[in-house]
Design a protein around this ligand. Structure first.
Ligand SMILES: Cc1ncc(COP(=O)(O)O)c(C=O)c1O
Length: 455
């Protein structure tokens, strides 16, 4: 039995048999190529969210897919009793590209952060120093495990699961005085995202991070940067800390590292690595040949195709165009971020969910954060032409709802209800895909903007 192309069956099965922990949008994707996704009806979408910063090489990258299929034929899993060549190689590549001397592999961002938290504590334990507390920022997001919800500076993620793991303190972000006040003799580490991705794409100030590094040095505290979302080229450098002129003691990665294959990593210096001894930490699947082969292929493609240069060039143009739009429409409150991690915040007249749904109807995928911000984290191979098509779609929506420099009185009517969007999304696009080739997708000449489909 295959339900792959029957959306109503997919939906029914999900509703009946999957735990409903997500508010799903009414669409299922069955194919992808480059920066485009295709749903069960054959409708094409420009993916401006990239599986939430995961699909850094887009869909169907030849090197990545052939590395995965070759590895699947050879060995998918051996186990951590033995040396794993793909793991050794990926560790070498990551250390060569960063401040780090050692890597621990796992399967997700939360797991990487768990490893970082444990390491920060055990590092001092083995030195016989009573430091265990970890300071993190308000509005941070570090994952969904018991340890990482305690680290996360947003109560909504931990309240139903209380009591929380003790030993975490939260302070306002970008506030050095608050950080200094929070430090005490038991502080083991400061753990921060350099851009708070899940709470609205808020970058840390450069001076703030530099002062934190100084503070850590003075007080003998470890600096952990959570680069689960910002790492692997997302911000126009291989790692976001490289934008800040500091090096951390511990860094965590996940999302983009496997190009879509689940993998997490915790990186640290040789000195900090003394905090883990054999038996202190582990993972059955962490560092498995398949995930590490994917990671190696991703990093090879980065080098061969100058992916990070592309991030910088497309980002510059996208920011410029979005800021031009901002000066045209009062309802855009701010455009912020770095590289290809961008938040666009609207005033109260536009809801993030409404904007996301409107864009989706027009064939563009973004995520909605909170009430008023949409987030872009597209594949890092996005072209300028594709970025331009997104900005034109946004322009078209804003023109329809407001008119330049106008009062936004009609905005509520302009956004369709959830039901309308649901009907629309399932109606649009009638051609079933038999073969992806028939959709005439090319990478060199991007298909014209999907925004016309709505007309
Ligand atoms: C900064 C940050 N840390 C940790 C996580 C958790 O990663 P995962 O969902 O892979 O556990 C996320 C996920 O969005 C994240 O953005």
């Amino acid at each position: 039995m295959s339900i792959e192309n029957d959306f109503s069956l997919i939906k029914d099965y999900d509703n009946n048999y999957c735990l409903q922990v997500f508010n799903l949008l009414p669409v299922a994707f069955t194919k992808g190529k480059g920066c485009y996704l295709y749903d069960t009806e054959g409708k094409k979408y420009l993916d401006m969210i990239g599986g939430i910063a995961v699909n850094c090489l887009g869909y169907g990258n030849p090197k990545l897919t052939s590395a995965i299929s070759k590895q699947a034929k050879d060995i998918i899993h051996a186990c951590n009793y033995y040396y794993i060549p793909q793991k050794s190689e990926l560790a070498y590549r990551l250390c060569r590209a960063s401040f780090a001397d050692k890597v621990f592999f796992c399967n997700s961002g939360a797991e990487a952060n768990e490893a970082a938290i444990k390491l920060a504590r055990s590092f001092f334990y083995y030195k016989d120093i009573n430091k265990y507390e970890i300071i993190t920022a308000n509005m941070s997001f570090h994952g969904r495990t018991m340890g990482t919800i305690a680290a996360t500076g947003q109560e909504k993620f931990s309240r139903p699961f209380e009591p929380n793991v003790p030993g975490f303190v939260h302070v306002p972000y970008n506030d050095i005085d608050a950080m200094i006040d929070a430090v005490n003799p038991h502080t083991a580490a400061i753990m921060l995202e350099l851009i708070q991705g899940e709470s609205g794409v808020n970058p840390a100030d450069k001076q703030y991070i530099q002062e934190i590094r100084k503070l850590c040095n003075e007080k003998g505290i470890l600096l952990i940067v959570d680069e689960v979302q910002t790492g692997v080229g997302r911000t126009g450098k291989m790692f976001c800390y490289q934008n800040y002129g500091v090096t951390p003691d511990i860094m965590t990665l996940a999302k983009g590292l496997g190009g879509g294959v689940p993998i997490g990593a915790m990186l640290c210096t040789n000195e900090v690595a003394t905090g883990f001894r054999p038996g202190d930490h582990g993972s059955t699947f962490g560092g498995n040949p398949l995930a590490c082969a994917a990671g190696n292929a991703v990093l090879e493609v980065f080098e061969e195709q100058n992916i990070i240069d592309n991030v910088r060039e497309v980002s510059d143009e996208l920011f410029e165009k979005l800021n031009t739009l901002r000066s045209k429409y009062n309802c855009i409150r701010s455009v912020r971020g770095m590289g290809l991690l961008i938040g666009i915040e609207f005033d109260d007249s536009i809801t993030a969910q409404g904007m996301r749904e409107q864009l989706m109807t027009m064939g563009f995928l973004v995520s909605a954060i909170g009430k008023s911000t949409i987030r872009l984290a597209p594949p890092l191979i996005l072209t300028k032409a594709q970025a331009g098509s997104f900005v034109r779609a946004l322009d078209k929506i804003l023109k329809n709802v407001s008119g330049p420099k106008n009062v936004f009185s009609k905005i509520k009517d302009a956004f369709p209800s959830k039901k309308q969007v649901k009907d629309n999304v399932s109606k649009i696009g009638s051609a079933k895909i038999d073969k992806l080739d028939t959709l005439a997708v090319t990478e060199t000449k991007p298909a014209e903007t999907p925004d016309g489909e709505d007309d």
